[in-house]
Design a binder for this molecule. Structure first.
Ligand code: HXC
Ligand code: NAP
Length: 270
């Protein structure tokens, strides 16, 4: 394993208490960063903070907040930034997903994903900017392949994540002059995650999905975490406004084939 000294970094991962985002928080912690995690469940926050401490975080903190609740989010971010001395790295990855056709989705179902993924990203960005250590901060939004490729039963996620990537591009312009870089990462299908459990719920769907990736395997949370550490290092000092797939090449065709197939498996009326 390559070791990268992150001991000078104060990192916050919103939605950092499970899956991919927790993997990101854990890598920064294992490299000596101070790490804050936030999500709705206080139990998940406590469990993650204990794990980050165990892994070697300089400091590990957390708070419970729903990204849809701007005041609670802002209060948690302010309080933890005050303890650490501002943030050098922000990862915004809270998201919700369920497979549903547009014709089978209530207005509130569509809105719930837009509110968590898109409005939630805006909330994180809006609340965290005054707390960033400038110049030099790295902000990373966790997007999804649905931002670039339509997928049956994913209109809500496709719309929300496309919006997330446009926020990234806009903020790269607005915040670049103050020395803050803003980028998106598009994870491919990542093994053992809630996202894939929802989108590929059967062994057949998992197999089809794996086969559709040019590298012929699912990614690991560490694949995404590695990209986050890179983006937050001096090696990435000129990367701003980039939308970076970390997906084994999935977006270059394989996803389109399997996305349609899995959608039709779940919704045969299609
Ligand atoms: C149709 C559904 C539905 C479904 C929920 N709803 N599930 N509609 N089909 N399967 C509707 C509900 O009926 C309700 O509408 C509305 O959505 C909101 O549901 P709630 O349960 O009240 O919302 P809430 O408690 O806020 O929970 C949000 C959630 C939930 C998104 C529905 O699943 C959640 O908390 N998810 C977080 C974890 C998660 O999804 N992780 C995976 C991320 S993966 P009505 O009209 O009845 O009020 C990802 C991309 C993966 O983002 C990409 C892989 C390639
Ligand atoms: P996950 O395990 O469900 O993680 C979601 C995290 O966000 C959890 O910590 C959850 O904790 C938190 N969260 C959810 N709703 C929230 C809300 N309203 N407010 C605050 N926190 C909230 O999901 P995952 O599959 O690892 O996905 C993580 C990210 O990667 C998401 O942005 C997803 O879109 C993206 N992605 C995933 C895949 C994949 O293969 N899984 C592929 C592409 C993109 P609480 O329940 O405690 O709130």
């Amino acid at each position: 394993m390559i070791t990268i000294d992150c001991s000078a970094l104060n990192v916050v991962v919103v939605g950092g208490t499970s899956g991919i985002n927790r993997g990101i928080a854990e890598l920064f912690a294992s490299q000596g960063a101070s790490v804050v995690v936030a999500s709705r469940s206080q139990d998940k926050v406590d469990d993650t903070v204990a794990a980050l401490t165990e892994l070697g975080a300089k400091k590990a903190l957390g708070f419970a907040a729903d990204v849809r609740d701007y005041d609670a989010l802002e209060q948690g971010l302010k309080a933890t930034a005050q303890v650490l001395g501002g943030f050098d790295v922000v990862v915004s990855g809270a998201a919700g997903n369920f497979p549903a056709l547009v014709n089978g989705m209530s207005p509130n179902a569509f809105k719930s994903v837009i509110d968590i993924d898109l409005l939630g990203t805006f909330h994180v960005m809006r609340a965290v900017y005054p707390l960033l250590n400038k110049p030099g901060a790295s902000v990373i939004n966790i997007s999804a392949p649905q931002a670039q490729m339509p997928m049956i039963a994913q209109a809500h996620v496709c719309a929300a994540k496309a919006g997330v990537d446009m926020i990234t591009r806009n903020l790269a312009n607005e915040w670049g002059p103050s020395g803050v870089r803003v980028n998106s990462i598009i994870p491919g299908p990542i093994a053992g995650t809630e996202g894939m459990a929802r989108l590929a719920p059967t062994p057949a769907a998992i197999k089809a999905c794996e086969n559709s990736v040019p590298l012929k395997r699912f990614g690991e949370p560490s694949d995404i975490a590695n990209a986050c550490v890179f983006l937050s290092s001096p090696l990435a000092g000129y990367i701003n406004g980039a939308i970076i797939p970390v997906d084994g090449g999935w977006l270059h065709g394989g996803m389109a084939v399997v996305a349609d197939g899995i959608g039709k498996m779940m919704f045969p009326q299609q």
